[in-house]
Design a protein. Structure first.
Lengths: 164, 785
C-alpha cells in the first residue's frame, strides 16, 4: 500500500515509504521534522504551508507527497544560504512584517516567488500577489513594506542583472 | 546584531530571527516519544439527544488505542469552568461537559474522543463512530431564545436567560424628561470568528513516576490554565507544568479553557502516553469561542446644542450554548463601563441579558466588550449630529470630557479614567486629513452624484486590565496584578521571568528595552522568559492590552530593587556609603568621581561570590515583584475614515484612513504602529467583511476560510498614523497599552463613513457587515423609493 518517493528538500535527497494519501505538508513536518512550514486551514485559503516545488510557490497542503516524487523542494528552513538571510527574510525583520509569526514562513515563500516573477512590483501588484496568504496580525501594511524593501535590495544588488 | 537601545527606539524585534527562518516552536511542533494523536467526534446537530454511540467498528480499526465518550469522562474530569460570574447579575451557570453526556447543544459539541497511533488513523476511526441522535428543536438567535415557547437548552436556565446584569448612574429618567431630543436605535453587533492563524491544540504528557502533567498548549494565560486544570482534574497544581511559548495569534480566543486541552490531559493520565490534539480549521470554527453577537437597543437623550445628557442601553448578548471561561464578563462589565466613551454623560443605565442558544459559545474577541460599547456610542454621536444637523466633530467636542477633569469617574462610579486630552487627538487628525478641504471634496463628489463619506471615531478604551480589587468586585475569578523576576547572573547576563504571555505583541523586545532603560544592560544580554509555569512564579497573562502597563511595570519595579541592591554592594566595594554613589548606565560610581567605579559585571560577580558583602545584604542578585496598579489605563484617539462607494458593485472603498492614537509613553514606536495597523484591519473587517452566519438549524454556514471573509492584503489601503502622548499617572513609565486600540476605533469610523456616504439617499443607519451586497441593496432600494 505504501509507495516509495524520492524528494529533494533544501538540497538533501530523501527516500521514504509513504501512504498515497499523505499530504506533502505532513511529509515535511512529520516525516522530515521540518516544522517551519505551518498548517493554518484545511481549505487551501491561508497559505501558511507555502513552499517552493521545482521553483514554483505551492501550498503544500494541496499536494500529495507522492505527487512530489522526484521534485526539488525548498522550505523556509532552506531559504537562508550560508547563514545569510534572504532579502525577503531581512525585509520582514527590518520592516516589522510579522507579529505572531505563524503565517510568516508561507508569506515569505510566496513573496520570494512574487519578486522572482515580478522584480519591480507596484504596491497594488504586491497586495494582489498576496491574495493566497492570510495574516491576522499585521494588517499587511508592513508585509508590503517588507517586500518593497527586498525588491529594492535585490534590484540594487550585484546579482540583480540577469537574475531570474 | 540587535542594537542596544533604550526606551523610545524602534529597534528590530528579537523574536524575529527564529520566526523568519522556520525555527519557531508552536504547539503542533512538539513531538514526544510514544506520542498518540487524538481526534474529537463532534455533533453535526445543534440540539439533540444522544441515543447511542457505537464505537465497535472504530475500535477494531488499525492503530486505534482508545475511545472515550462523555460518560467515560464524567469521573475523569470536571465540567469546563466558567471563571467570570459577574456581580450585579443573577447568573446561572449550566454544566458544560468536555464531551457531551446525553444531550448535544451546538454543532461542534464534542461527543467522543479517539486516540490512535497517528492523526490519519485517529481521523479514520472518528469517522467510523456511529452516533445515533434524536434531534430537538433549535434556537439560534438570542431574541428568539427569550420568547415564550422557545426551545429550552437547560432546565436550570428558564427562558435561556443565563443572567441579567444592571449598572446605572445619575438620574436617567430625569435626563430624558428634560432633553430637547430623544430617540431610540437598535444596533446589531454581529457574531465574529477570531481566526487566530494557529488553531487551538495541546500536547499533554503525564508521567507516572512523578505524577506530573506537562501540558504544551496555545494559551494567552498559562497560569490560569494550570490553576483551572488542577481544579478540574484533581492533579495538584504543584504537579502541573503548562508551557506556551510561540503562539500563533490569540485575539481573545486563547483565553478560555478549551475542552480539548482538558480531555488530552486526562487521557494522557489514563493511557500514560503523550497525547497530541490539534484542531483542524473546520473544527476551530465550531469548537473555539466566537466573539461579539449583541443586539443593543439604545435610547438617547440630547440637548439642541448636541450635548448628550442621558443614555439607556438594553443589550441582548448571545452567549452560545454554554458560558465560556470569561464569556459573561465581556457583555457585562467590559461592555457597560465603556459605554459613555470619551464623553461626559452623567446619566447612564445599562441592562444586559446573557442568552443561551444552540451556537458556539462566545467569549473575548480583540477588544472584548469595548468594541461593542465604542461602536454604540460612536454611532450615537453621529446620529445626534445627523438629527440636529450638526457637524459630527462638533458634537463630539461638545461632549468630550475636558482634559482637566481627570481622573474622571463615570456616571455609575464603577471606574475612573486615568488621563486624557481628547481634543488634542481630534485636532491632529483633522489637520492630517485637512478636514475643510475634505468636506469640500465631498460636496463636489456629491454634486457629481458620487457616494463619498467621512466617518469619525473618537474612542477611549479600558486597558491595562487590573487592579485585582476591581477584578474581584466584578466577579472575575482571579487577580489582575502581574509578576516579574529579574535575575542577574554572575556573568552579568540577565534573565527576566514575566507572567504575561504574548502572542506576537513583541514583549521579548520591548521588555528588554525597559530593562535596558533601568539597568543599562545591553539588550543582547537580556533573556525574556514567559510561557512556562515552572519558571515563571505567577501571571495572569496577555489580554485586555495589559501586558506592558501591568507586566512591564512589574519588571520596572523589580529592576529598581536590583539596582538598589547593586548600589549597596557597589558602594561597599568602593568603601563609601550607599548615599555617596550613583547608578549610571549599569555602573556604580562615587558621586562626582566617575573613575571610582564598579562595573555591572563586577558587582554581579561580587553578589554571587559573596566574599565581601555589606552588612545585612544577602548574597545573590535577583528580585521578584508583584505589581497591582491602583487603576486601569485609558488609551484614546481620533480615527478618520474616508470612503467612496461604487454604486454598481456596492463596494465601499477606503480612500484614506487617518489614526491619531494616544497610548501613553511608547517604548518601541515600530511595534506600537504594527499593533495599530493590525487592529485597524481587524476592526474594518468587522464592518465590511466578516460575519458568522448560522442557518435556522444551527448549522454554521460560514464554517471555513472559504466562506468567512478574513481581510486580505488587497482589502484595505495603508493607514496614516500619528500619536499624542498623555502618560498614565498610575504606573512608573506612564504606559497605557495598544493591543486593542485599532480594532476598537476602526469599526465605527468606517461605518460612520459609509452611512455618511449613503446619507444623501436618506440612509441614517444600517447594520454590519456593510458588504457590497448589502450596500448595493440599500442604494437600489432607495433609488426605487
Amino acid at each position: 500500500m505504501k509507495q516509495q518517493v524520492t524528494i529533494t528538500v533544501n538540497g538533501t535527497t530523501h527516500t521514504s515509504e509513504v501512504e498515497p494519501r499523505l499530504l506533502l505538508v505532513h511529509y515535511l513536518r512529520d516525516v522530515l521534522d521540518l516544522t517551519g512550514t505551518h498548517v493554518g486551514c484545511d481549505t487551501s485559503q491561508c497559505g501558511a504551508c507555502t513552499i517552493h516545488m521545482n521553483g514554483d510557490a505551492v501550498k503544500s497542503c494541496t499536494v500529495l507527497a507522492v505527487q512530489a516524487d522526484g521534485a526539488e523542494i525548498t522550505t523556509i528552513e532552506g531559504l537562508a544560504k550560508d547563514g545569510e538571510l534572504h532579502p525577503i527574510q531581512e525585509g520582514f525583520w527590518e520592516m516589522h512584517g510579522l507579529q505572531c509569526g505563524f503565517c510568516t514562513p508561507g508569506m515569505i515563500m510566496t513573496s520570494v516567488n512574487l519578486l522572482k516573477n515580478n522584480p519591480h512590483p507596484t504596491e497594488a501588484e504586491i497586495r494582489h500577489g498576496l491574495e493566497g496568504n492570510l495574516c491576522r496580525c499585521t494588517g499587511y501594511q508592513n508585509i508590503v513594506k517588507a517586500i518593497q524593501y527586498a525588491a529594492d535590495k535585490m534590484n540594487a544588488g550585484p546579482a540583480a542583472a540577469g537574475d531570474d | 546584531m540587535v542594537a542596544s537601545s533604550p526606551f523610545g527606539s524602534s529597534i528590530k524585534r528579537r523574536e524575529d530571527p527564529r520566526l523568519i527562518t522556520g525555527a519557531g516552536h508552536y504547539t503542533d511542533d512538539v513531538r514526544l516519544p510514544g506520542m498518540l494523536y487524538m481526534a474529537i467526534v463532534r455533533s453535526p446537530h445543534a440540539h439533540a439527544r444522544i441515543v447511542n454511540i457505537d464505537t465497535s467498528a472504530a475500535k477494531a480499526m488499525p492503530g486505534v488505542v482508545a475511545i472515550y465518550t462523555g460518560t467515560d469522562l464524567v469521573d475523569m474530569v470536571a465540567p469546563v469552568p466558567c471563571a467570570w460570574q459577574p456581580k450585579n447579575s443573577d447568573i446561572k451557570v449550566p454544566e458544560y461537559r468536555p464531551l457531551a453526556v446525553d444531550t448535544v447543544r451546538y454543532v461542534g459539541d464534542g461527543v467522543a474522543a479517539v486516540v490512535a497511533e497517528n492523526r490519519y488513523m485517529a481521523e479514520d476511526a472518528a469517522a467510523a463512530i456511529d452516533v445515533q441522535y434524536d434531534t430537538l428543536p433549535v434556537v439560534v438567535h438570542q431574541l428568539d431564545a427569550m420568547e415564550a415557547g422557545a426551545p429550552q437548552l437547560y432546565d436550570s436556565v428558564p427562558n435561556n436567560v443565563a443572567f441579567h446584569f444592571h449598572l446605572e448612574g445619575g438620574n436617567v429618567d430625569e435626563a430624558f424628561q428634560s432633553a430637547d431630543l430623544t430617540f431610540k436605535q437598535r444596533l446589531v453587533n454581529q457574531r465574529l470568528i477570531p481566526n487566530a492563524m494557529e488553531t487551538r491544540g495541546a500536547v499533554a504528557s503525564y508521567q507516572r513516576g512523578s505524577n506530573e502533567l506537562t501540558l504544551w498548549c496555545t494559551t494567552q494565560n498559562p497560569h490560569i490554565v494550570r490553576f483551572l486544570m488542577s481544579l478540574c482534574t484533581n492533579i495538584p497544581e504543584t504537579q502541573i507544568r503548562v508551557l506556551s511559548q510561540d503562539i500563533g495569534g490569540g485575539f481573545g480566543s486563547k483565553i478560555a479553557m478549551q475542552a480539548g486541552e482538558m480531555i488530552a490531559s486526562v487521557v494522557s493520565k489514563d493511557l500514560l502516553r503523550p497525547i497530541k490534539w490539534i484542531e483542524d480549521r473546520s473544527e476551530n470554527y465550531v469548537s473555539t469561542t466566537h466573539g461579539r453577537d449583541h443586539v443593543d437597543d439604545v435610547e438617547v437623550a440630547a440637548m439642541k446644542d448636541g450635548r448628550v445628557v442621558g443614555l439607556k442601553v438594553t443589550a441582548y448578548a448571545n452567549m452560545g450554548a454554554y458560558l465560556s471561561t470569561a464569556g459573561p464578563g465581556v457583555p457585562t462589565w467590559l461592555f457597560t463601563v465603556t459605554q459613555s466613551g470619551a464623553y461626559d454623560i452623567r446619566n447612564v443605565a445599562s441592562d444586559v441579558y446573557g442568552v443561551l442558544t444552540n451556537t458556539t459559545a462566545t467569549d473575548a474577541y480583540r477588544g472584548a466588550g469595548r468594541p461593542e460599547a465604542t461602536y454604540l456610542i460612536e454611532r450615537v454621536m453621529d446620529l445626534v449630529a445627523k438629527k440636529l444637523n450638526l457637524d459630527p466633530t462638533d458634537v463630539r467636542r461638545k461632549n468630550f470630557i475636558p482634559s482637566d477633569a481627570f481622573p474622571y469617574s463615570i456616571a455609575s462610579g464603577a471606574i475612573a479614567y486615568d488621563s486624557g486630552d481628547y481634543d488634542k487627538t481630534l485636532d491632529r487628525a483633522l489637520e492630517m486629513i485637512d478636514y475643510a478641504a475634505l468636506r469640500k471634496e465631498q460636496e463636489q463628489a456629491r454634486a457629481e452624484g458620487r457616494l463619498f463619506g467621512v466617518g469619525f471615531s473618537t474612542y477611549i478604551e479600558v486597558c491595562g486590565l487590573a487592579p485585582s480589587a476591581a477584578a474581584g468586585a466584578m466577579g472575575f475569578g482571579g487577580g489582575l496584578y502581574e509578576s516579574a523576576v529579574v535575575r542577574v547572573h554572575p556573568t552579568g547576563k540577565v534573565t527576566v521571568l514575566t507572567g504575561i504571555n504574548p502572542q506576537g505583541q513583541g514583549e521579548g523586545t520591548t521588555f528588554a528595552q525597559l530593562l535596558n532603560g533601568e539597568l543599562g544592560v545591553p539588550v543582547d544580554d537580556i533573556e525574556i522568559v514567559w510561557g512556562d509555569t515552572d519558571r515563571v512564579p505567577m501571571g495572569w497573562g496577555t489580554y485586555g492590552s495589559r501586558s506592558t502597563a501591568v507586566g512591564g511595570s512589574a519588571l520596572v519595579f523589580a529592576a529598581r530593587n536590583v539596582r538598589d541592591k547593586m548600589m549597596k554592594i557597589g558602594a561597599h566595594l568602593l568603601e563609601v556609603s550607599p548615599e555617596e554613589v550613583v547608578f549610571d548606565q549599569g555602573n556604580v560610581h562615587v558621586k562626582g568621581a566617575p573613575d571610582r567605579v564598579k562595573s555591572f559585571g563586577e558587582i554581579a560577580l561580587a553578589a554571587y561570590t559573596a566574599w565581601n558583602m555589606p552588612e545585612g545584604v544577602t548574597p545573590g542578585l535577583e528580585e521578584s515583584y508583584f505589581f497591582d496598579p491602583v487603576s486601569n489605563t485609558f488609551p484614546f484617539g481620533a480615527h478618520v475614515c474616508v470612503v467612496e462607494i461604487d454604486k454598481d458593485s456596492g463596494k465601499a472603498d477606503v480612500r484614506r484612513y487617518v489614526a491619531v492614537d494616544d497610548v501613553g509613553n511608547v517604548i518601541n514606536p515600530m511595534i506600537v504602529d504594527g499593533q495599530i495597523h493590525g487592529g485597524i484591519a481587524q476592526g474594518l473587517a468587522q464592518a465590511v467583511l466578516e460575519t458568522a452566519v448560522y442557518d435556522d438549524n444551527g448549522q454554521l454556514l460560514s464554517g471555513t476560510m472559504m466562506d468567512y471573509a478574513i481581510p486580505k492584503a488587497s482589502s484595505f489601503p495603508n493607514y496614516e498614523l500619528d500619536r499624542t502622548v498623555t502618560p498614565c499617572p498610575f504606573n512608573p513609565m506612564g504606559l497605557k497599552g495598544v493591543g486593542e486600540a485599532g480594532t476598537i476605533a476602526s469599526t465605527p469610523a468606517i461605518m460612520n463613513a459609509i452611512v455618511d456616504a449613503l446619507s444623501p439617499l436618506g440612509v441614517e443607519h444600517f447594520d454590519m457587515p456593510a458588504s457590497p451586497q448589502r450596500i448595493w441593496q440599500l442604494v437600489h432600494e432607495q433609488k426605487g423609493n
